[in-house]
Design a protein around this ligand. Structure first.
Ligand SMILES: Cc1ncc(COP(=O)(O)O)c(C=O)c1O
Length: 373
């Protein structure tokens, strides 16, 4: 880990080889309560600061009643995993209602289990609640109270482990049995189906963006940015954009949780040492997901790291443009702000960032934008 931000040109980039992989069945997400496509907002203040022609923000601060995009992956993965666990085939036009009926008839004693930095676990807890199932959600030590309370608010039992995200993952995997179904957004040897369905679930968000581009409602971006924890979200972004014209796909990590950039530099998956203690809690991961890895390694032209101050700066800039971003949510814009010159950003660029999370730590948010009394 290097404590200062860095930019690495990816020696392994090969965008043509990024998979065109699976998608969530188009019937499923619209069957969830409060489904609507999220907005694509223009961010003129951010464009001015970056010196680019335009910045578009895919605003995931409200998605299916949750403050992040993660419910898209958690819901589709819960559907596929529960059906597989019960030995049932996926039917035509899968919906929440059909899943509810199946669970009530055949799986009402199941408990959904997940490890999380916050957003994924809350989304799994919401799915359990919608299905009338119990949930156990495991979080790293030091997770802020507001995030724990939000998960409890979904009716889940929350367990706090000693250690970081990797320890939480190990604790969740250890619970797996006939009655405990693990819905993880990261993968490891022997556990790849469910996290693959998580990535497929994110395809709904990417399709919303590319549909808008194809309809001519927004410019085709020249630069697309994705923040990275274990890389599942980033893999979905490469699947959406690797074969499009963007001149640069940029992956962003905190300096203290640089497992993907370190792995890319080494050309193989590494687990980084040291505490992953960035305020960008969703990105505090020590090991890339093995099923996301190939697409992340082939799909990004450049990787950059950022400090917590860069994230704070981006939160304030999003606020100036009228959008409320959480720390991980602002990381995409932060990556550009910190590396304007290295990325060669200029007036020829139309930039797309994903605001992947709204405010999940309100006290910190008010501090950052300077409204705490
Ligand atoms: C808000 C937010 N953005 C981005 C990410 C990164 O996703 P991934 O872990 O799939 O790389 C996360 C992960 O938890 C997140 O919570």
């Amino acid at each position: 880990m290097l404590n200062t931000p860095r930019l690495t040109h990816n020696a392994h980039v090969d965008r043509a080889s990024v998979s065109k992989a699976g998608i969530a069945d188009p019937a499923f997400h619209p069957s969830l309560p409060d489904f609507a496509p999220t907005p694509l907002r223009s961010a003129p203040k951010a464009a001015q600061r970056l010196g680019v022609r335009s910045v578009l923000v895919k605003d995931e601060s409200q998605r299916l009643g949750m403050p992040s995009f993660k419910i898209l992956g958690a819901s589709w993965a819960a559907y596929r995993t529960i059906m597989a666990h019960l030995g049932l085939a996926v039917g035509a036009e899968p919906t929440l209602e059909k899943l509810r009926e199946t669970v009530a008839a055949k799986g009402s004693d199941l408990t959904l289990v997940a490890a999380t930095d916050g957003n994924h676990g809350r989304a799994v807890a919401r799915m359990a609640k919608l299905l009338g199932l119990a949930a156990i959600i495991i979080v790293p030590g030091g997770t802020v109270d507001s995030r724990i309370e939000a998960i409890r608010g979904e009716g889940a039992e929350v367990r706090v482990v000693t250690g970081g995200y990797d320890e939480a993952i190990a604790a969740s995997a250890a619970l797996s049995d006939d009655k405990h179904v693990v819905i993880s957004d990261t993968s490891w040897e022997g556990y790849t189906d469910t996290p693959g369905w998580v990535i497929d679930g994110y395809s709904t968000m990417l399709k919303e963006v590319t549909d808008e581009i194809e309809a001519g409602h927004v410019a085709e971006p020249t630069v697309v940015v994705a923040q990275m924890g274990v890389g599942a979200f980033a893999a979905a972004v490469t699947r959406g954009f690797a074969s499009r014209p963007a001149r640069l796909l940029v992956g962003v990590e905190p300096v203290s949780a640089d497992c993907i950039i370190s792995s890319a530099e080494a050309g193989k998956i590494l687990t980084i040492t040291g505490a992953q203690d960035s305020i960008m809690a969703g990105l505090n991961c020590g090991t890339p997901s093995i099923i996301a890895w190939d697409d992340v390694l082939r799909g990004f032209d450049v990787f950059v790291t950022i400090t917590d101050d860069d994230a704070r700066d981006a939160i304030r800039l999003h606020h100036d443009d009228g959008v409320e971003a959480g720390e991980s949510g602002a990381a995409g814009l932060a990556g550009l702000l910190a590396h304007v010159q290295g990325l060669g950003l200029g007036p020829q660029d139309d930039v797309l960032v994903f605001l992947t999370e709204g405010v999940t730590d309100p006290v910190a948010y008010r501090d950052i934008i300077g409204t705490n009394s």
